[in-house]
Design a protein around this ligand. Structure first.
Ligand code: ZN
Ligand code: ZN
Length: 224
């Protein structure tokens, strides 16, 4: 119950902070830069933030699935456990409401977003401030929507607009994410859009990290 309260506060807090950051980025922070320039910079920042969010989602998901355990202090209960439960019952995520699906991500993102907003507010107005603000804004948006995209990828009946978004790779596609839920459960960890999975899995990045850390043999096997 207490955690549910934190989730609500974090979801509302992220919404308010995004409004503040947008104001500091595109209104008080533009410093007279031309609108077409601001639009182009915002588009570039949006795409870069999407790639970074996908990478971070993969890293966090891999850590939860393969490295950490439910007994890990602080993170075990609210970060690792939901990932483990998700593998036991992948469709349960579709029965969760918006706050339950996205609350934990917002709890992690909110303090960082507050710092980014303060940093942007104190910078000199101009194109550099607008670009940095736009990157922070879109990174927070993509990160906070990651588990929502993940939820949608487990939903069998999807509206036409969502299927269109899947085709444009703006959200995680159902078929793509389904590969993560197949044995041996060691690929397709990125769950924002999944755009980076072919590259990361092709290079064997996470398998190399596990071998380098010598932790594969010691891993728990909670996913089967
Ligand atoms: Zn997983
Ligand atoms: Zn899943």
């Amino acid at each position: 119950m207490l955690h549910r309260g934190f989730e609500w506060i974090a979801v509302c807090g992220v919404g308010a902070l995004l409004g503040g950051l947008a104001w500091e980025t595109w209104f008080t922070g533009a410093g007279g830069a031309a609108i077409p320039t601001l639009l182009l910079l915002a588009l570039a920042a949006c795409f870069a933030a999407q790639l970074v969010a996908d990478l971070l989602s993969g890293l966090a998901h891999w850590l939860a699935d393969r490295v950490l355990s439910e007994s890990t202090p602080v993170l075990g209960t609210h970060f690792v456990k939901p990932f483990r439960e998700h593998h036991e019952d992948p469709e349960s995520i579709t029965r969760h409401d918006f706050v339950e699906v996205n609350g934990n991500t917002c709890i992690l993102v909110a303090p960082l977003l507050a710092l980014a907003t303060l940093g942007v507010a104190q910078a000199e107005p101009g194109a550099a401030r607008s670009t940095a603000g736009a990157f922070a804004f879109f990174l927070a948006v993509w990160l906070c929507l990651t588990n929502q995209f993940h939820r949608w990828s487990h939903t069998a009946e999807r509206p036409v607009w969502l299927l269109a978004l899947e085709r444009t790779k703006l959200v995680l596609a159902r078929d793509h994410h389904a590969r993560h839920h197949k044995a041996p459960f060691d690929t397709h960890f990125c769950i924002t859009t999944g755009m980076l999975n072919p590259l990361i899995d092709g290079l064997g990045v996470f398998a190399r990290l596990e071998r380098a850390a010598g932790c594969r043999a010691a891993l728990p096997d909670p996913l089967r």
